[in-house]
Design a protein around this ligand. Structure first.
Ligand code: F0G
Length: 457
């Protein structure tokens, strides 16, 4: 029998209680957090969809691996297991362990960057851009046109625009630090990158003599999309598809907090020996010795096991299909979404949800607060509250899009939790016309969304 129901392909052995609050309590918590959900206590959140990063539930095998983690300063067998797992997946000779993704970015882009250098990407994730700009270099995003259109159903909206890439490589000849493909493209809606597009970028990079780097923190999810959407790829295993993608690249940075199914960790993988040597020097100065970087032996065991588990076809099927299930439910309710549904999150287009709230009154933040108040659901605004800047006259320059991300932690929530989220949206939709915006009452100069205070209008 072919079942319609995609079940969670795991049993739950250890549980964490959720504190169920009332709407009145949440109103008070929200008030106390100045209407900024980053300032909430996480015990006061019922369903936490703030991020899929570092929030995975580890398997019994990973917890068992943690007990055998060897904490030697040098030459730990746990490191050998992690190195073998990363080498087996990426095929790259030089593996550097880091405490999370941005540490690998700081080391690599700090070395390849600097004033006058340019980096080209399908879309730089915020920490990637920040590390590049911090080095004095410039980061340029070159997504395909469909990637900027929330309603386009293009199957690989994460692709880089190869014509634009070719032109930029020519225009900045001799000054390009690297080309970076973020798979899947987080800032662009969790959209996948095809193998064909990666091959095209790889060829352009090879001709220009520029390294191609994969930001591969969701590479297993990306492989699911390749197998199911890219012509000619249906018979390959997910792991094999990921290997083919790595084979086209010169290096990779990974935040293991996503597709390695762990709560902390990352790595940098490189083919070139001289580049690896330079990065190793920076690793030892800022993260730690080469056989642990910024990690404990137990973390390295969990990463080695997680990198294997994530390619289990039943896990990946459940993962992608359950994210799409939430998306489908919201579409049925008439909630305007970024289409098609990406791998790790559902992105809501708050500009279309609340057309009566202008960007300067933060329609995305209005939805974030509604979801918390009504259901204790924590999400994140990715719009003018996060990215808006002020012009010289002090007026807000709005972001390109007003999105809210519902990121789904891996192996954490069950289908009934997801039904609860969808049900909360029924009420969001009923109150839609009467929902009001917010104003910022206090903010720091940089990365204001983490700490700013807001008030309802
Ligand atoms: N690259 C991508 C594509 C990411 O999504 C992240 C983190 C990083 C790099 C940095 O990794 O956090 O381990 O230092 N994304 C998280 C998120 C924070 O919520 O999307 P890190």
């Amino acid at each position: 029998m072919q079942h319609r129901t995609i079940i969670e392909p795991f049993r739950i052995k250890s549980v964490e209680p959720i504190l169920l609050s009332t709407e009145a309590q949440r109103e008070a918590f929200l008030e106390r957090a100045h209407h900024n959900v980053f300032l909430l206590d996480s015990e006061h959140v019922i369903i936490d969809l703030l991020t899929d990063s570092g929030t995975s539930a580890m398997s019994a095998a990973q917890w068992a691996g943690m007990m055998v983690g060897d904490e030697a300063y040098a030459g730990s067998p746990s490191w050998k297991r992690m190195e073998a797992a990363v080498h087996g997946l990426t095929g790259m000779a030089h593996i550097l362990p880091t405490h999370q993704g941005r540490a690998a970015e700081r080391i690599l882009y700090g070395h390849l960057g600097g004033p006058g250098k340019v980096f080209l990407s399908n879309t730089h994730f915020d920490t990637t851009r920040a590390n590049i700009e911090f080095s004095g270099a410039t980061a340029i995003d070159l997504p395909i046109a469909e990637g900027r259109d929330p309603e386009s159903e293009h199957p690989f909206k994460g692709n880089i625009d190869l014509d634009a890439l070719g032109a930029q490589l020519e225009a900045h000849r001799g000054h390009v630090g690297a080309v970076i493909l973020t798979v899947t493209n987080n800032s662009g809606g969790g959209q996948p990158v095809s193998l064909a597009n990666t091959a095209g970028a790889s060829e352009l990079c090879r001709r220009a003599g520029v390294p191609l780097i994969l930001d591969c923190c969701r590479v297993a999810e990306n492989s699911w999309f390749i197998r199911h959407r890219e012509p000619g790829q249906a018979e390959f295993e997910y792991r094999e598809l990921a290997r083919r993608m790595f084979a086209l690249a010169d290096g990779a940075v990974m935040s293991a907090k996503k597709d390695a199914l762990v709560n902390m960790g990352g790595f940098l993988a490189l083919r070139d020996e001289a580049l690896a040597e330079a990065c190793t020097n920076l690793l030892i100065i800022t993260e730690g010795f080469t056989t642990y970087g910024g990690l404990s032996g137990r973390d390295m065991e969990a990463i080695a096991i997680g990198l294997d588990e994530v390619f289990d076809p039943h896990y990946l099927e459940y993962r992608i299909v359950s994210t799409a299930y939430l998306g489908r439910k919201l579409i049925e309710l008439g909630v305007p979404l970024m289409r098609p549904i990406g791998g790790h999150a559902v992105y809501i287009d708050a500009k279309r949800l609340y057309p009566h709230i202008p960007p300067r009154e933060y329609p995305g933040q209005a939805l974030v607060c509604e979801l918390y108040r009504l259901g204790g659901i924590r999400s994140v605004e990715i719009g003018s509250f996060m990215f808006g800047k002020y012009d010289d006259a002090g007026a807000l320059v709005p972001a390109a899009m007003e999105l809210v991300r519902l990121a789904i932690p891996r192996r954490v929530y069950t289908q009934s939790h997801i039904e609860y989220v969808a049900e909360t949206f029924e009420e969001v939709m009923r109150r839609r016309a009467h929902t009001r915006g917010y104003r910022v009452v206090k903010e720091p100069r940089f990365l204001r969304h983490f700490t700013a205070h807001l008030a309802p209008l």
